[in-house]
Design a protein around this ligand. Structure first.
Ligand code: ZN
Length: 203
Protein backbone atom coordinates (compact mmCIF):
# COMPACT_ATOMS: atom_id res chain seq x y z
CA UNK A 1 0.00 0.00 0.00
CA UNK A 2 1.05 3.58 -0.45
CA UNK A 3 0.53 6.89 1.29
CA UNK A 4 -0.37 9.73 -1.05
CA UNK A 5 0.19 13.10 0.58
CA UNK A 6 -1.10 16.52 -0.39
CA UNK A 7 0.85 19.69 0.36
CA UNK A 8 -0.39 23.29 0.47
CA UNK A 9 -4.09 22.53 0.73
CA UNK A 10 -4.97 25.22 3.32
CA UNK A 11 -4.44 28.91 2.52
CA UNK A 12 -3.30 29.95 6.03
CA UNK A 13 -0.68 27.19 6.12
CA UNK A 14 0.65 28.27 2.70
CA UNK A 15 1.04 31.79 4.14
CA UNK A 16 2.82 30.68 7.33
CA UNK A 17 5.52 28.87 5.33
CA UNK A 18 5.74 31.70 2.80
CA UNK A 19 4.88 29.36 -0.06
CA UNK A 20 3.10 30.21 -3.29
CA UNK A 21 -0.48 29.09 -3.70
CA UNK A 22 -0.22 26.21 -6.18
CA UNK A 23 -2.18 26.00 -9.42
CA UNK A 24 -2.66 22.26 -8.87
CA UNK A 25 -2.46 20.12 -5.70
CA UNK A 26 1.10 19.44 -4.53
CA UNK A 27 1.48 15.65 -4.31
CA UNK A 28 4.16 13.44 -2.78
CA UNK A 29 4.32 9.83 -1.60
CA UNK A 30 5.49 8.07 1.52
CA UNK A 31 6.38 4.35 1.48
CA UNK A 32 4.70 1.93 3.90
CA UNK A 33 7.96 1.89 5.92
CA UNK A 34 7.12 5.48 6.97
CA UNK A 35 4.17 4.30 9.07
CA UNK A 36 4.78 4.73 12.80
CA UNK A 37 4.00 1.40 14.43
CA UNK A 38 1.07 1.34 16.84
CA UNK A 39 1.99 2.10 20.47
CA UNK A 40 5.48 3.20 19.43
CA UNK A 41 6.90 6.63 20.28
CA UNK A 42 8.00 8.96 17.51
CA UNK A 43 11.81 9.09 17.63
CA UNK A 44 13.34 12.30 16.28
CA UNK A 45 15.80 11.24 13.57
CA UNK A 46 19.47 12.19 13.94
CA UNK A 47 19.58 13.99 10.56
CA UNK A 48 17.35 16.89 11.59
CA UNK A 49 17.29 19.67 14.17
CA UNK A 50 13.74 20.78 13.40
CA UNK A 51 10.97 18.19 12.99
CA UNK A 52 7.48 19.65 12.64
CA UNK A 53 4.12 18.03 13.32
CA UNK A 54 1.45 18.45 10.63
CA UNK A 55 -1.96 17.11 11.62
CA UNK A 56 -3.99 15.93 8.63
CA UNK A 57 -7.31 14.29 7.83
CA UNK A 58 -6.85 10.87 6.22
CA UNK A 59 -8.94 8.98 3.69
CA UNK A 60 -8.70 5.20 3.30
CA UNK A 61 -9.30 3.90 -0.23
CA UNK A 62 -11.55 0.82 -0.40
CA UNK A 63 -11.73 0.14 -4.14
CA UNK A 64 -9.32 -0.13 -7.05
CA UNK A 65 -9.55 2.90 -9.32
CA UNK A 66 -7.87 5.03 -11.97
CA UNK A 67 -9.11 8.24 -13.62
CA UNK A 68 -11.89 8.54 -11.04
CA UNK A 69 -14.45 11.21 -11.82
CA UNK A 70 -15.08 13.56 -8.90
CA UNK A 71 -18.76 12.61 -8.78
CA UNK A 72 -17.89 8.91 -8.29
CA UNK A 73 -15.13 9.56 -5.74
CA UNK A 74 -17.42 9.03 -2.68
CA UNK A 75 -17.80 5.34 -3.60
CA UNK A 76 -14.04 4.86 -3.19
CA UNK A 77 -13.91 5.47 0.58
CA UNK A 78 -15.94 4.76 3.70
CA UNK A 79 -13.45 5.62 6.41
CA UNK A 80 -11.94 8.89 7.54
CA UNK A 81 -8.99 9.10 9.90
CA UNK A 82 -6.49 11.52 11.37
CA UNK A 83 -2.72 11.40 11.30
CA UNK A 84 0.51 13.34 11.34
CA UNK A 85 2.82 14.04 8.43
CA UNK A 86 6.08 14.55 10.37
CA UNK A 87 8.42 16.76 8.37
CA UNK A 88 12.12 17.49 8.83
CA UNK A 89 11.61 21.18 8.09
CA UNK A 90 15.30 22.12 7.97
CA UNK A 91 16.06 19.38 5.47
CA UNK A 92 12.93 20.13 3.45
CA UNK A 93 13.99 23.78 3.20
CA UNK A 94 17.39 22.79 1.79
CA UNK A 95 15.83 20.40 -0.72
CA UNK A 96 13.21 22.97 -1.78
CA UNK A 97 15.89 25.61 -2.36
CA UNK A 98 17.71 23.24 -4.71
CA UNK A 99 14.50 22.07 -6.41
CA UNK A 100 15.14 18.51 -5.22
CA UNK A 101 12.53 15.90 -4.19
CA UNK A 102 11.29 16.09 -0.58
CA UNK A 103 11.38 12.38 0.31
CA UNK A 104 14.29 12.48 2.76
CA UNK A 105 12.47 15.22 4.72
CA UNK A 106 8.99 13.69 4.48
CA UNK A 107 9.10 9.93 3.94
CA UNK A 108 11.54 8.74 6.60
CA UNK A 109 10.75 5.89 9.01
CA UNK A 110 8.05 6.82 11.51
CA UNK A 111 7.07 10.01 9.67
CA UNK A 112 3.48 8.89 9.07
CA UNK A 113 1.19 8.62 12.08
CA UNK A 114 -2.11 6.89 11.33
CA UNK A 115 -4.74 7.00 14.05
CA UNK A 116 -8.01 5.15 14.28
CA UNK A 117 -10.72 5.24 11.62
CA UNK A 118 -14.32 6.46 11.73
CA UNK A 119 -17.05 5.75 9.21
CA UNK A 120 -17.75 8.79 7.05
CA UNK A 121 -21.49 8.41 7.77
CA UNK A 122 -20.83 9.11 11.44
CA UNK A 123 -19.14 12.40 10.53
CA UNK A 124 -21.87 14.04 8.46
CA UNK A 125 -20.44 15.97 5.50
CA UNK A 126 -16.80 15.13 4.81
CA UNK A 127 -16.43 18.76 3.74
CA UNK A 128 -17.14 20.15 7.21
CA UNK A 129 -15.10 18.06 9.65
CA UNK A 130 -13.41 19.96 12.48
CA UNK A 131 -10.09 18.54 13.67
CA UNK A 132 -7.30 19.59 15.97
CA UNK A 133 -3.95 18.70 17.47
CA UNK A 134 -2.91 19.15 21.09
CA UNK A 135 0.74 19.41 22.11
CA UNK A 136 1.26 18.85 25.83
CA UNK A 137 -2.38 19.67 26.49
CA UNK A 138 -2.54 22.90 24.46
CA UNK A 139 -4.27 23.12 21.08
CA UNK A 140 -1.64 24.00 18.45
CA UNK A 141 -3.55 23.23 15.24
CA UNK A 142 -7.22 23.69 14.68
CA UNK A 143 -8.69 23.05 11.24
CA UNK A 144 -11.80 22.20 9.31
CA UNK A 145 -12.00 20.31 6.03
CA UNK A 146 -14.23 23.08 4.70
CA UNK A 147 -11.08 25.24 4.41
CA UNK A 148 -9.36 22.82 2.01
CA UNK A 149 -8.43 24.38 -1.32
CA UNK A 150 -9.14 20.99 -2.93
CA UNK A 151 -11.79 18.90 -1.22
CA UNK A 152 -11.50 15.14 -0.62
CA UNK A 153 -13.41 14.10 -3.76
CA UNK A 154 -11.39 16.49 -5.93
CA UNK A 155 -8.15 15.11 -4.46
CA UNK A 156 -9.17 11.50 -5.21
CA UNK A 157 -10.01 12.46 -8.77
CA UNK A 158 -6.77 14.40 -9.21
CA UNK A 159 -4.31 11.88 -7.76
CA UNK A 160 -5.98 8.96 -9.58
CA UNK A 161 -4.92 10.54 -12.88
CA UNK A 162 -1.33 9.74 -11.89
CA UNK A 163 -1.51 6.78 -9.50
CA UNK A 164 -3.85 3.80 -9.59
CA UNK A 165 -5.58 3.81 -6.23
CA UNK A 166 -5.54 0.43 -4.53
CA UNK A 167 -7.49 -0.98 -1.61
CA UNK A 168 -5.88 0.22 1.63
CA UNK A 169 -4.04 3.19 0.14
CA UNK A 170 -4.26 6.26 2.37
CA UNK A 171 -4.48 9.90 1.32
CA UNK A 172 -3.03 12.56 3.67
CA UNK A 173 -5.09 15.61 2.73
CA UNK A 174 -2.78 18.43 3.86
CA UNK A 175 -2.29 20.39 7.04
CA UNK A 176 -3.89 23.61 8.30
CA UNK A 177 -1.93 26.46 9.89
CA UNK A 178 -0.12 26.05 13.20
CA UNK A 179 2.65 23.60 12.31
CA UNK A 180 5.59 23.65 14.69
CA UNK A 181 8.52 21.71 16.13
CA UNK A 182 8.52 18.72 18.46
CA UNK A 183 11.01 18.01 21.24
CA UNK A 184 11.74 14.90 23.32
CA UNK A 185 8.99 14.17 25.87
CA UNK A 186 6.30 16.08 23.95
CA UNK A 187 2.91 14.42 23.85
CA UNK A 188 0.70 14.90 20.78
CA UNK A 189 -2.99 14.09 20.76
CA UNK A 190 -5.22 14.36 17.69
CA UNK A 191 -8.97 14.89 17.55
CA UNK A 192 -11.53 14.53 14.79
CA UNK A 193 -14.46 16.49 16.13
CA UNK A 194 -14.43 15.53 19.82
CA UNK A 195 -13.15 12.01 19.15
CA UNK A 196 -9.55 11.31 20.26
CA UNK A 197 -7.87 9.60 17.28
CA UNK A 198 -4.26 9.07 18.42
CA UNK A 199 -1.79 9.87 21.17
CA UNK A 200 1.93 9.98 20.37
CA UNK A 201 4.94 10.40 22.63
CA UNK A 202 8.09 12.01 21.20
CA UNK A 203 11.55 10.66 22.04
ZN1 ZN B 1 1.62 17.55 5.23
Amino acid sequence: MKLICIGRNYAKHIAELDNEKPEYPVVFLKPDSAILLKQHPFVIPEFTENVHYEVEVLVKIKKLGKYIDKKFAPSYYDEIGLGIDFTARDLQKKLKEKGLPWEKAKAFDGSAVIGKWLSKEALGSVNAIPFSLEKNGTIVQDGNTQSMLWKIDELISYVSQYFTLKIGDIIFTGTPAGVGPVAPNDKLKGFLGKEAMFTIKVK
